[in-house]
Write a protein that binds this ligand. Sequence first.
Ligand SMILES: NC(=O)c1ccc[n+]([C@@H]2O[C@H](COP(=O)([O-])OP(=O)(O)OC[C@H]3O[C@@H](n4cnc5c(N)ncnc54)[C@H](OP(=O)(O)O)[C@@H]3O)[C@@H](O)[C@H]2O)c1
Length: 199
Amino acid sequence: MKILLFGAGGTIGQAVARELGSRHQLIRVGRTGGDLQADLADGASLRAAFEKAGAIDAIACAAGNVRFKPLDQLSDDDYRFGIEDKLLGQVRLVSLGGRQLSDGGSFTLISGILNYDPIAGGASASMVNGALDGFVRAAALELPRGQRINLVSPALLDESLTKYGAFFPGHETVPGARVGRAYAKSIEGRITGQIIRVI
Ligand SMILES: NC(=O)c1ccc[n+]([C@@H]2O[C@H](COP(=O)([O-])OP(=O)(O)OC[C@H]3O[C@@H](n4cnc5c(N)ncnc54)[C@H](OP(=O)(O)O)[C@@H]3O)[C@@H](O)[C@H]2O)c1
């Protein structure tokens, strides 16, 4: 399969590439690095990346930013930032990438544990993750030509514990390899409209 992987250079993106890279042709997309450059928050850059990639069998995303702040400090602008980047950014992959995607091809988007198991400072992240859940379940009903869509929702990764562990007191972490396999389940399997929780 020819797979377009957004955020390929990141912690989750690298785990996905390790799982799928030997079996498939990966086109790595990053804001700065990778085979192609595009920003989820910039529709024109996404259109250009899809055009360059040509026909593809899977669009997978391991990118998307939100702001973490205490609830009483989160402004409209902070919420809008996450909506524009992680939420609408991934929705754009579906609305702009569908034409390039083969019959039966798949979208795999990323959310995270925080809408099920929240942390202090994570209200915007939880909101965006919950919205992605709803989007994926509904979009699966209407995608044309047998196209599929799933959402990977991991706990904090082992590999991210040093960076973010202090914000996740008492949370269990999961190995990146399990998250990579969740993408494989979405891309190589037949499921659609599923939230694939890795906890
Ligand atoms: N790490 C975890 O434990 C964990 C757990 C659950 C959920 N998540 C979610 O998984 C996603 C990825 O997390 P991560 O820890 O792997 O991130 P990361 O290590 O910071 O990597 C993010 C990757 O995505 C790219 N990227 C970032 N913003 C982008 C944008 N707007 N458009 C296009 N590419 C963009 C980055 O490219 P550049 O470096 O070029 O900017 C980088 O390659 C996030 O949405 C995060 O909330 C992470």
